[in-house]
Ligand binder design. Structure first.
Ligand SMILES: Nc1ncnc2c1ncn2[C@@H]1O[C@H](COP(=O)(O)OP(=O)(O)OP(=O)(O)O)[C@@H](O)[C@H]1O
Ligand SMILES: [Mg+2]
Length: 152
């Protein structure tokens, strides 16, 4: 299905607004040159919902969360969720997407963790022919990236 990325972004920003306000986190979204993506709406929404929920969960009061999109040269759209949160230790980062590795911590205000969100995200993104990965630095923040095919 052809979807408008700016509609998707603004819907998600709208739905996390209240939680972000409660936690004193500022949410930015960079509307970009990327106009349309080709994706199943449920899939992209599930992935974004978990990545944004994680960004809020693992970022302390006063932090920032940014949603960004860009076109890649390989014809994919790359979406990133950037936070200024607690970060992830380098030994853990590769285990995040592997079922059975049991990586899970509670949030900065003790928000619960089942540790399944990213496993689901990986399955969904790959079903779409995309990839998902993360870069992070402890006590600085994390960026989660995923790619999806663009239209045309
Ligand atoms: N943005 C982030 N910053 C820091 N750590 C993160 C971030 N996103 C994920 N993590 C780490 O990876 C773990 C797994 O994330 P995942 O979304 O799979 O599970 P969860 O958020 O703990 O629980 P669930 O999504 O099932 O409610 C988290 O518990 C946390 O330790
Ligand atoms: Mg999660």
């Amino acid at each position: 299905m052809e979807l408008s990325l700016s509609d998707i972004f603004s819907d998600h920003v709208g739905s996390i607004e209240e939680r972000a306000r409660q936690k004193g986190i500022t949410v930015f979204y960079e509307s970009t040159a990327v106009k349309k993506i080709y994706a199943d709406e449920n899939i992209i929404n599930t992935v974004l919902r978990n990545l944004l929920a994680n960004a809020l969960k693992f970022t302390a009061r006063g932090g920032e969360v940014t949603l960004r999109a860009k076109e890649r040269e390989d014809g994919m759209t790359e979406i990133s969720v950037i936070d200024t949160g607690v970060g992830i230790h380098k030994d853990v980062i590769d285990k995040l997407f592997i079922l059975g590795e049991k990586v899970g911590t509670t949030g900065t205000e003790d928000e619960p963790s089942t540790g399944l969100g990213l496993i689901l995200c990986k399955e969904f993104v790959e079903k779409h022919g995309g990839k998902i990965w993360a870069e992070s630095q402890e006590n600085v923040g994390s960026t989660f990236y995923f790619t999806i095919p663009k239209v045309g």
